[in-house]
Design a protein around this ligand. Structure first.
Ligand SMILES: *Cc1c(COP(=O)(O)O)cnc(C)c1O
Length: 388
């Protein structure tokens, strides 16, 4: 039965089912009405931002209104600059230390609780002196987030880096941590690549210095990254910081130092419009909660069939739900994937730079509606019933 060459087992996303439910970890589907707006933009007979010069008045307007929409949706205070940067999340792994550390002797603290913070740390090691707070458990897995205090944070740190949603491990901070008063002089750097726009951010309360999000999870397509920088942190960059990564250089030239990802930026604006229509970030958080809850409920209700690794429950990601089928039994996992695929449910076998891993994963970004999450939940329920 379980042919290893079945497309479902190698992560193929095109099925024979009439309708597709895309739970991919990114890039992935955008909300349906945004996808329709993209398609319609090509039928107006007007130049789209794919054909507009980035310095034309038309595109300059798209750029500034998109930034204004992000500022509005995410309540970004005026003392923060919003930039569209190149190189995705990985670009920022390098750009952050290059902009905040003048020399490689400067210290930075990295909180490591999953694969993406590990990657950020490894890149930073090339540019600064990295202290790590590592949350890896005795079993070699990341399943939690560590406490942060004077005992583990060097007060000379130029910044404290964390990932607010560990996409692969399924660990999310619903709110950013509040550091003790004695550490409040240290700005927080947040990789929000996979949870940006799905919950409010307390910019000043949490002392956010920099927050970045590659577009391809919740807010758009790969090629554009939203990087939000507190203005007082611009101007201490390493002399080796490349121009395309240099926050001040890009801010001073109104984000037109070189060609930004024009079309992708316009699409981010359309996703922001959609978020506003849908009730803003608070409503988005409620939807995200409900989408995740319907999956965790079925997982918790049949622990003999499904397992999920993250403890405590208050850190379970609403964006990415990792789960195993029959404790990772390969035959059962393969049947699950093939049957899901035949029902049009795709993206659960996640191909990452870290391998396929032992868990399947359902990603529930903005492009996934509550109705779609419920389709997966009922499939999981039926599959579980068939295992009795
Ligand atoms: C996807 C992801 C990245 C990597 O982004 P790229 O755009 O591929 O460089 C970084 N951090 C997190 C948390 C992610 O989910």
């Amino acid at each position: 039965m379980n042919d290893t060459s079945h497309p479902a087992l190698i992560g193929a996303l095109t099925t024979t089912a009439p309708k597709t439910y895309n739970f991919s970890p990114g890039p992935t589907s955008l909300p349906q009405s945004v996808e329709e707006r993209i398609a319609q933009s090509f039928q107006t007979g007007k130049l789209t931002s794919l054909a507009l010069s980035h310095r034309s008045p038309e595109f300059v307007k798209i750029l500034s209104t998109t930034k204004a929409k992000i500022r509005d949706v995410m309540s970004v205070p005026d003392n923060y600059e919003i930039l569209f940067t190149h190189g995705g999340g990985h670009g920022q792994f390098a750009a952050v230390p290059l902009n905040l550390c003048t020399s490689s002797d400067d210290v930075a603290t990295y909180v490591i609780n999953g694969t993406w913070s590990e990657r950020g740390r490894d890149e930073a090691k090339r540019y600064c002196t990295v202290n790590t707070i590592d949350a890896k458990g005795e079993n070699g897995q990341y399943t939690t987030f560590p406490a942060l205090d004077e005992a583990n944070i060097d007060s000379r740190s130029k910044f404290i880096y964390l990932c607010s949603n560990e996409t692969v491990n399924g660990i999310e901070l619903y709110r950013l941590p509040n550091l003790p008063e004695s550490l409040r002089h240290i700005p927080l750097v947040v990789d929000a690549s996979s949870d940006f726009s799905t919950k409010p951010i307390d910019w000043e309360g949490a002392n956010v210095g920099i927050l970045f999000a590659c577009a391809s999870k919740n807010i758009g397509h790969p090629g554009a990254t939203v990087t939000i920088v507190r203005k007082d942190l611009m101007g201490q960059a390493s002399p080796l910081c490349p121009g395309v990564f240099h926050y001040k250089t890009n801010a001073q030239s109104d984000n037109l130092w070189n060609t930004p990802a024009t079309f992708n930026i316009e699409v981010i604006g359309w996703v922001m419009d959609w978020l506003i229509e849908q009730g803003g970030v608070e409503a988005c958080e409620q939807r995200s909660k409900a989408k995740a809850q319907c999956l965790y409920d079925i997982i918790d209700s049949v622990p003999e069939v499904y397992q999920t690794p993250v403890e405590p429950k208050s850190l379970r990601s609403r964006m990415n739900v990792p789960f195993s089928v029959m404790n990772g039994d390969q035959k059962k996992t393969d049947s699950f994937l093939i049957e899901a695929w035949e029902a049009g449910i795709v993206g659960l076998r996640t191909l990452t730079p870290f391998g396929v891993g032992e868990y399947l994963r359902a990603s529930l970004y903005n492009g996934v509606s509550l109705a779609q999450a419920n389709v997966l939940a009922s499939f999981m329920k039926d599959f579980a019933a068939r295992q009795k």
